[in-house]
Design a protein around this ligand. Structure first.
Ligand SMILES: [Fe+2]
Length: 304
């Protein structure tokens, strides 16, 4: 069978910057555009899921993740066919399912998902955001470094056509006991980048949502503890952030904190609700940011 222009996966977030976008040139507003947001490819979860909890990987089980690889491939094929192309495709975490100690599955999942992500048209930059499975539920220096080595920096910011995009490592807000120094560097960096109010819009991307429906809801597995949540939401709102895009929930959800909207996007991989595998298309105009979730088959060829 003929090989079709296979190219290797390339890390794009290095030294807290996103290589494909020139940080100075992209500060200027150049007119409306759209991008695509997805989350939770999470190859392996379908097989591991037994109804309510994720099983532990057992070395001799006949585990495979073809279903998630094919779901990711189907979306990439649709995005490659779009005209005009999206400005970027951002995957908001849980790019893999196996934790770094779940070998050999983690290594195989990294290889397989990178291979399919590399099928994205080279004119569409891929932005990777780290999830709890990518850096670990209780991240350590080495579990974060493993993610950085495979997918790029765990947090960074970039400008795209006048819009400031800030990518967070949300796991620091879930469990930071092993990496307090790294979390404090993350907070110092975040405070610095939030000071820039020159952009047309400021958007945040992260894996774990602060909340699922209402900003004062109780803590559960899928959101962040309420005191940290309220403190961070207020910080973002007072810094002029308009939207926060997340994943992790494997269902579409979201709500508002004051005038700021938080959007939770369902999974590319396993669904835990009634949604179908898909992505969110986000149209950015001078005055607004509109978004709509599409199941893979329904992704339109033109979205502008
Ligand atoms: Fe997750």
């Amino acid at each position: 069978m003929a090989e079709t222009n296979k190219r290797p996966f390339q890390i794009q977030a290095i030294n807290r910057r996103f290589v494909p976008f020139d940080s100075e040139k992209e500060k200027e507003w150049k007119g409306s555009f759209f991008f695509v947001q997805g989350a939770d490819c999470q190859p392996g979860l379908t097989y591991q899921w037994s109804g309510k909890i994720r099983k532990t990987y057992t070395p001799d089980a006949p585990i495979n993740w073809d279903v998630e690889i094919e779901a990711t491939r189907a979306i990439i094929k649709k995005l490659n066919e779009m005209e005009p192309k999206p400005k970027f495709f951002i995957v908001c975490g849980d790019i893999v399912d196996a934790y770094d100690f779940e070998e050999p599955f983690r290594t195989r999942q990294e290889k397989d998902i990178k291979e399919v992500l590399a099928e994205l048209d080279p004119s569409i930059p891929l932005v990777c955001v780290c999830g709890n499975h990518d850096v670990g539920d209780e991240p350590t220096r080495s579990s974060i470094q493993r993610y950085v080595d495979n997918f790029g920096d765990d947090y960074f910011d970039f400008y795209c056509s006048g819009v400031h995009c800030i990518v967070l490592n949300s796991q620091f807000y879930a469990h930071s006991a092993n990496v307090e120094d790294l979390k404090s560097q993350h907070e110092q960096w975040l405070d610095r980048v939030l000071k820039d109010h020159s952009a047309k819009h400021t958007i945040i991307f992260q894996h774990i949502p602060w909340f699922l429906r209402t900003y004062d809801e109780d803590k559960d597995y899928f959101n962040i503890e309420i005191n940290t949540r309220l403190q961070m939401l207020e910080k973002f709102h007072s810094s002029g952030v308009k939207k926060i895009f997340c994943g992790h929930y494997h269902r579409n959800a979201g709500g508002s904190y004051k005038s700021m909207e938080q959007i939770v996007t369902s999974a590319i991989g396993l669904q835990l609700g009634v949604d179908k595998s898909g992505v969110r298309l986000v149209r950015v105009t001078e005055d607004d940011i509109e978004h709509q979730y599409f199941a893979t088959d329904d992704i339109p060829a033109n979205f502008l």
